[in-house]
Design a protein around this ligand. Structure first.
Ligand SMILES: Cc1cc2nc3c(=O)[nH]c(=O)nc-3n(C[C@H](O)[C@H](O)[C@H](O)COP(=O)(O)O)c2cc1C
Length: 182
């Protein structure tokens, strides 16, 4: 596929234990000829490395909005060309920030400047997922057209079984393909 026809996907990675799965997601997206740009939160950087995403996405990873390689802040240029923002894994914290319009780091700032479709793949322990504050924030996002992929049920990193598991990357990719085609 020519460079010109490649769809740009921004992958946000937040501080969930499922962050390692985002590496697989990015790798699959690149294999499927998407242009991928990764934005990581500070908490995500504690769990997975920028180098992993730089290598897999073949693009510099954004970790701070104070990196200014061009005269225009990077998040503005990226938002103009991105077909989709997918946040996988998506923490309870990020859901809360997006629902409330908070822009205090690179990813949350980018999310507010992104006018296209947004897909979140929540990943958290069942109690967090069922928390009324998180449920309410998901409803708010749903009303605004933000889409959720999962979470699924199964074995969780905290040692319990239940709802809150990040959907497998191959399932998220199916959803991404459906959304960017529309
Ligand atoms: C080892 C570890 C694993 C975590 N896993 C999750 C998780 O799966 N889901 C979640 O919502 N928060 C999880 N947290 C808590 C978040 O990292 C924390 O709420 C953080 O503020 C999220 O920041 P971010 O949304 O900017 O990435 C985890 C924390 C630690 C220390």
């Amino acid at each position: 596929m020519s460079e010109k026809n490649r769809k740009t996907i921004v992958v946000g990675v937040t501080g969930s234990i499922a962050a390692y799965k985002a590496a697989d997601l990015v790798s699959r997206l690149v294999r499927e000829s998407y242009e991928v740009h990764v934005i990581m939160t500070k908490s995500a950087s504690k769990l997975v490395t920028e180098a992993t995403f730089f290598t897999l996405s073949r693009n510099p990873v954004i970790t701070s909005f104070w990196e200014l390689p061009e005269w225009r802040p990077g998040h503005i240029s990226l938002a103009e060309k991105a077909a989709l923002l997918v946040v996988a894994p998506c923490t309870a914290n990020f859901i809360g920030k997006l629902a409330n319009g908070i822009a205090d780091d690179a990813l949350s700032t980018y999310a507010l400047s992104h006018s296209g479709k947004i897909l979140l793949a929540p990943a958290m322990n069942t109690a967090m997922w069922k928390n009324p504050a998180v449920m309410r924030n998901c409803e708010i996002l749903n009303e605004r057209g933000v889409l959720l992929a999962g979470p699924g049920k199964g074995r969780l990193a905290c040692g319990t079984e239940g709802e809150g598991r990040m959907l497998d990357p191959e399932k998220i990719i199916v959803e991404i393909a459906r959304l960017v085609k529309k």
